[in-house]
Design a protein around this ligand. Structure first.
Ligand code: G1P
Length: 297
């Protein structure tokens, strides 16, 4: 077993209706948090975890994502000629040269499980990662969430799923797990259920958008019938996997922002702005002023 996750899958064929009209033309994954689109925060996290193959599961409206990972020949030439080498480096860093992007079509919106199954032809054997870019995770203290999970998978084998406790009233928004604690922050999952109502939820421990999965999941996904919301749910295939191998829930280190909601998106932006070397002090001043009601605009 190695700590390296060769392949990471990004299911990004969703509509992003919560951010209309911004997402009428621009994919929600291209919305920036500070100066990086959400999808790039996610791909940087995958590359940090060791990935050299990034599989984007897209639809026809997501051209901007493949454009983002394509070479911008004219822009690069111009930056080079005008000796703007720092900017040129930023453009090059969008996709390190050893990393290969692969684009797979999900023509019908049939759920997260179906999206992951679409990636199968591009996924190497062994464990692979899945990142849902809406779940934006920052860990200032150390490695990113997916790298942490790759290390857990290398130790434990099987599959690893990121979790965090949520308000009981919100269990209906998430996959919810329960199980047996193995060590601090690590649990062997005994049951997993998609979006249960609070009164029937087995716990308030919610799956967030990071998975390290054994490729066996693909065969199970092929057999998975539509579940919650009439969609093919990744959660249901994971439930089937529980009977075959160890699936761990891992409480990652770091903070998750739900950038699928306006509140989470603005929260993440605000946090990064406050931490930013260039604008952090001005932001703090601005927030203090706004708090005191000192500004009228
Ligand atoms: C998906 C999964 C769910 C998980 C969530 C994390 O739901 O189906 O199990 O808890 O992502 O963000 P979605 O948010 O796509 O409805």
């Amino acid at each position: 077993m190695s700590e390296r996750l060769k392949t990471v899958v990004f299911p990004v064929a969703g509509l992003g209706t919560r951010f209309l009209p911004a997402t009428k033309v621009v994919p929600k994954e291209m919305l920036p948090v500070m100066d990086k689109p959400l999808i790039q925060w996610a791909s940087d996290e995958a590359v940090e975890a060791g990935a050299d193959t990034l599989v984007f599961v897209v639809n026809r409206n997501k051209r901007a994502i493949s454009d983002h990972y394509d070479q911008a020949f004219e822009l690069e030439q111009r930056l080079e000629r005008s000796n703007k080498l720092e900017l040129l480096q930023i453009v090059h860093d969008v996709l390190p040269s050893h990393v290969r992007p692969v684009f797979v079509l999900q023509s019908e919106a049939r759920g997260l499980g179906h999206a992951v199954l679409c990636a199968q032809p591009a996924v190497a054997s062994g464990a692979f990662g899945v990142i849902l870019p809406d779940d934006f995770i920052i860990n200032r203290q150390g490695p990113g969430a997916l790298a942490q999970m790759a290390a857990v998978q290398a130790r434990q084998g099987g599959s690893v799923i990121a979790v965090e406790p949520v308000d009981w009233k919100d269990t209906g928004k998430y996959g919810i797990v329960s199980g047996t604690e193995l060590s601090q922050g690590l649990m062997r999952i005994d049951s997993i259920v998609e979006k249960p109502r609070p009164d029937v939820a087995p716990s308030n421990l919610a799956v967030v958008g990071r998975y390290v999965l054994d490729t066996r999941i693909f065969e199970l996904l092929e057999q998975t019938r539509p579940g919650a919301g009439g969609e093919i749910q990744l959660t249901d295939a994971i439930a089937a996997l529980l009977g075959e191998q160890s699936v761990c829930a891992y409480r990652f280190e770091g903070v998750r922002y739900d950038c699928g909601t306006k509140f989470g998106y603005v929260h993440a932006t605000l946090k990064l702005a406050l931490d930013d070397a260039e604008i952090g002090d001005d932001m703090r001043r601005l927030l203090a002023e706004l708090h005191e009601g000192a500004t009228s605009d």
